[in-house]
Write a protein that binds this ligand. Sequence first.
Ligand code: C2E
Ligand code: CA
Ligand code: CA
Ligand code: CA
Length: 273
Amino acid sequence: ARQQATPALVPYEPALGEWELQQIQIERELRLALEDEQFRLFLQPQFTAAGELRGAEVLLRWQHPERGLVAPGYFIDHAERSGLIRPMGYWVLEQAVELLRGPLASTDLTLSVNVSVQQLSDDDFLTRIEALLEKGGFSPRRLVLEIVESLLATPGMVMTLCALRQLGVQLALDDFGTGYSSLRYLQEFPVDEIKLDKAFIDPVQHGTDAPLARSIIAMARTLHLRLVAEGVETASQLEFLRQQQASMMQGYYLAYPEPIDTFLARRELQACS
Ligand code: C2E
Ligand code: CA
Ligand code: CA
Ligand code: CA
């Protein structure tokens, strides 16, 4: 059954006008938010083409004391610019791992966590991931790290990605096809999954063909990569993706991002415990 709409996300409107001042103000608020534990994980279910729950993408929300639930679009850029994305990102990873070894331990569901380029270029990123895996209680392959393709990929980052994969975690290329060097990335990075950007299936919604989507899905199959179609909003898009044999689907038509408790109450999970 279709889900109800997500709670309205309140736009973030800083009191100060100038960008620099905004940055300073938001940075201060983000620091406080970390200390006060104002961040929340939302989980957006991901399904196989057959409609089976496979796992979820972890999406950050800011439960702001006055503004309510704030979406990442309003604070991620500021977090990146101030470097706060690092501690925030590690917090997200820790919480996700606690879910995998706690309430999700009796399932084989995966959690996909967004990792910023700044985290990836940290010298101790690998060590931190290793430490999380050493806590045990879950198979490393149930942790999927989503990396956005970017022009900034350094040889060091490529090495980190290879080492991560050796640890057994899975790697996904996020927003595939929107960057400048998607195909080169595929050649150089050892990835398990590509996430087809929403833009490629948008035409289907208007009854138009989507030849690029078809080609990318076929390419993923040739390369034996799992393909997750993002932003599935309509029945016609779902039908199209099934016809093209896309492996996985994620989007509002199937499920909105939901609070952890809502996800844990899913019928599919009850059967496992
Ligand atoms: P993303 O990684 O591409 O995540 C998918 C975004 O698309 C999410 O937005 C999700 O709510 C939205 N979405 C899912 N299904 C649909 C659909 O059918 N239609 C439409 N129009 N949108 C859909 P959200 O949660 O606002 O996150 C935005 C971006 O913020 C993410 O894009 C990701 O780049 C970033 N982000 C979120 N959480 C984290 C995090 O923990 N760490 C980092 N570094 N970035 C994060
Ligand atoms: Ca993502
Ligand atoms: Ca994406
Ligand atoms: Ca994106």
